[in-house]
Design a protein around this ligand. Structure first.
Ligand code: C2E
Ligand code: MG
Ligand code: MG
Ligand code: MG
Length: 285
């Protein structure tokens, strides 16, 4: 039967469990303690407005400083956090820390920018998400307009009715919503017109090929034109060359985020970058 074969394949899997799986188990154990051990930290990557060269926002990107393995990337531990539901407390910590940091920068007199926070699927689908965001804004004192939440295209396409309700609830708080990694999933702009969202982030994979491949360039151009007609801003992510910047500029892309202008920065380095943002206002980065 299905059940039996399920069990035997499970046993087979146990027997064949490789080192990586054991590694994941111990990582999960350590991840449970990472918050109380204060091993998680946020880096902030500036997003630049193409028309002015100014920083319009920063994306909070989490890192885990593990006591033995050193710095672990979110691509590695966010999936573990998702599977173990640790993503709920961890996600809340990320949200709180990013909002608190942004408020601290504002209180220090730095020019106000938006902070973008990535939401993972279980976090977005959890019942308390609207309440959590509202609570974090109250506790940190950050105005809602300075928070943007990033959800991936694949999250947005899960249960469209429910997604719209959640997005509406978040939108009513006054926070902005963006669709991350746009172009990698199956969503279409016709779906997105029903979503209360503000921005699309075009995935790096399009931008990589854009220079050599005119078709890829045409797709990026079309995404930008359609987004603008739906009143959405477009951020290009993972921009690494001036050639890409020039093309994106010609295509009327709104913002760029990428190593060409800045890597993810520590809070201190990001603050310095924000200070320059005032004195170099109007210049290209
Ligand atoms: P993402 O949200 O699409 O974030 C952009 C990723 O691209 C970041 O990787 C960033 O460092 C990297 N990046 C930015 N510019 C460039 C560039 O010019 N070249 C290249 N090669 N890469 C660039 P990172 O920080 O390793 O994060 C990877 C993914 O992990 C994120 O993709 C996001 O999906 C997830 N993630 C990161 N932080 C969080 C978080 O706080 N919560 C959740 N749920 N997920 C997070
Ligand atoms: Mg993101
Ligand atoms: Mg992305
Ligand atoms: Mg990505």
């Amino acid at each position: 039967s299905v059940k039996e074969s399920g069990r035997s394949s499970h046993r087979y899997y146990d027997a064949a469990m490789d080192k990586k799986s054991y590694g994941n188990l111990s990582l999960e154990r350590d991840l449970r303690k990472a918050l109380e051990r204060e091993q998680l930290l946020l880096m902030y990557q500036p997003q630049f407005e193409l028309a002015t060269g100014r920083i319009a926002g920063v994306e909070a990107l989490v890192r885990w400083r593990h006591h033995e393995h050193g710095l672990i990337s979110p691509a590695e531990f966010i999936p573990i956090a998702e599977d173990s539901r640790l993503i709920i407390p961890i996600g809340e910590w990320i949200l709180y820390t990013a909002c608190k940091q942004n408020k601290a920068w504002q209180d220090a007199g730095l020019p106000a920018v938006q902070v973008s926070v990535n939401l993972s699927i279980h976090q977005f689908q959890s019942n308390g998400i609207i309440e959590t965001v509202s609570c974090v804004l109250k506790r940190t004192g950050l105005e809602a307009q300075y928070l943007e939440l990033e959800i991936t295209e694949s999250i947005a396409m899960q249960d469209v009715e429910k997604v719209i309700l959640t997005l509406q609830g978040l939108s009513e708080l006054g926070v902005k919503i963006s669709i991350d990694d746009f172009g990698t999933g199956y969503s279409s702009l016709s779906y997105l017109k029903n979503f209360p969202i503000h921005r699309l982030k075009v995935d790096k994979s399009f931008l990589d090929d854009m220079i050599e491949n005119p078709k890829e360039r045409a797709i990026v151009g079309a995404i930008i034109v359609m987004s603008h007609s739906l009143n959405l801003s477009v951020t290009a992510e993972g921009v690494e060359t001036m050639e890409q910047v020039k093309l994106l500029s010609e295509l009327n892309c709104d913002d760029v985020q990428g190593y060409i202008f800045s890597r993810p920065l520590s809070p201190e380095d990001c603050a310095s970058r924000l200070v320059e943002n005032v004195s170099y206002a109007g210049r290209r980065p």
